[in-house]
Design a protein around this ligand. Structure first.
Ligand code: FES
Length: 126
């Protein structure tokens, strides 16, 4: 619950294990650099952004995750986080979901298992 007013955009950085291992520190640093916020719980001076640290958002396969209001932005890094925040500042709302070339939570780069071309048939059954 927010017990005090928050900014127009609520930036919620997951810093739990999967996100932390995959770069949530970079996402946090980018959020601070782009908003001027110095620590979690603050709202930017322009009133646009509030930064909150949150526990696992249940999207670990696409870590690290930044939740903006109700939308998940996934597979982030520092530069893509900066781009996202600048877009929000311009009043744009980028499409939520993976920020890299992957479909939903499928493996980046395409399917890796259960491929016909990877099946090894027993000798004599080729
Ligand atoms: S650890 Fe971040 S979504 Fe699960």
């Amino acid at each position: 619950f927010n017990t005090t007013p928050i900014g127009r955009y609520h930036l919620q950085v997951c810093t739990t294990t999967s996100c932390w291992l995959r770069g949530s520190d970079d996402v946090t640093a980018a959020c601070k650099a782009a908003t001027g916020i110095t620590s979690f719980g603050e709202t930017s001076k322009d009133g646009l952004f509030t930064l909150t640290e949150v526990e696992c958002l249940g999207a670990c396969s696409n870590a690290p995750i930044l939740q903006v209001d109700d939308d998940y932005y996934e597979d982030l890094d520092g530069p893509r986080t900066l781009e996202l925040i600048e877009a929000l500042r311009r009043g744009e709302r980028p499409t939520p979901g993976p920020t890299i070339a992957r479909m939903a939570c499928a493996p980046a780069g395409g399917r890796k298992v259960l491929r016909e071309d990877a099946v090894q048939k027993p000798q004599g059954q080729e």
